[in-house]
Write a protein that binds this ligand. Structure first.
Ligand code: GDP
Length: 280
């Protein structure tokens, strides 16, 4: 599922998010564990200035576990609270409540000094398209949660989901726009399916993936498809042959082979992989 992006949507999304951020104490920022930097938008630093922040390394089940640990260390060193999660299975979600209390310690303490007891932390989820925001909200809130109804000042009919007595979540996530400026970032986002596929030629994208695999996970192509070549185009042709991707006239259908390869990567069939590592 890909989402079309137009500048108009981005401006509108940004304006809506600015309003929502005024209502909350805590930003829960989802990043894709396979591309934790490329899937971030630095504008959130400015938009969320003064708010407590938690970074969730989502889809950590698809990312290389050693790299997950390296990224965890990286974010902690940046002063962030970070949790590795799999929003689909629910793994890691249990840790979040404790981390929320930790991240919002100052606010909770300030409330206490003012004699305000038991005022829940209010949070919102943000992230680029397809990073898993809806999946996360559904799994984290679960079926047992109660919606607390509209509140004054909440436009667009946003609702608060009461998760427990100390945490409420806005039911609508904030959509951050992906970074397009850097070509490598664009390629990584296209590989994980976060920007419209039409942005890049499918076989170009598949060849980028092949080059990455040859460098970082060199045995994968040979194990999965029996491919034994360093050349990206030749490798793609071999995938087409191995998987019988043929066009009408019987010639190799490279786009079909590209889709197959990219889908195998996205779904984790090639194994758990991370496309970028923190700078050494
Ligand atoms: P949103 O656009 O940010 O709201 O993203 P969605 O919640 O619609 O999720 C996009 C896709 O990612 C869906 O196919 C989800 O099933 C999948 N997804 C979300 N979280 C995870 C996760 O932690 N692991 C895996 N493997 N897939 C996930």
């Amino acid at each position: 599922m890909n989402i079309q992006w137009y500048p108009g949507h981005m401006t509108k999304a940004k304006r809506a998010m600015k309003e929502d951020i005024k209502l909350i104490d805590l930003i829960i920022e989802l990043v894709d564990a396979r591309v934790p930097l490329s899937s971030r938008n630095p504008d959130i630093d400015e938009l969320g200035a003064g708010k407590a922040r938690i970074v969730l390394l989502n889809k950590s089940d698809l990312a290389d576990e050693r790299c997950n640990s390296a990224w965890e260390t990286y974010f902690v060193a940046q002063g962030c609270h970070v949790v590795k999660v799999n929003s689909k299975s629910g793994a890691g979600l249990k840790q979040i409540n404790g981390v929320v209390q930790e991240a919002c310690k100052e606010k909770i303490e300030r409330d206490r000094r003012r004699g305000i007891l038991n005022r829940p932390v209010r949070a919102m989820v943000v992230g680029i398209p397809n990073v898993g925001k809806s999946t996360f909200i559904n799994s984290f809130a679960g079926k047992a949660c109660t919606k607390t109804g509209n509140r004054p000042g909440v436009t667009k009919g946003n609702q608060w989901i009461r998760l427990n007595k100390s945490l409420e979540l806005l039911d609508t996530p904030g959509i951050l726009w992906p970074k397009f400026e850097d070509q490598q970032v664009g390629i990584r986002l296209a590989l994980i399916g976060s920007v419209n596929d039409e942005i890049l030629n499918k076989d170009e994208l598949a060849m980028e993936l092949i080059r990455f695999l040859n460098e970082k996970y060199p045995r994968v192509l040979s194990e999965k498809y029996g491919i034994e070549t360093e050349d990206a185009l030749e490798a793609l042709m071999q995938v087409a042959k191995a998987k019988a991707c043929l066009a009408k006239g019987g010639e190799l259908d490279l786009v079909k082979a590209s889709n197959l390869l990219i889908d195998d990567f996205r779904s984790g069939k090639l194994g758990r992989m991370t496309l970028e590592l923190p700078a050494q």
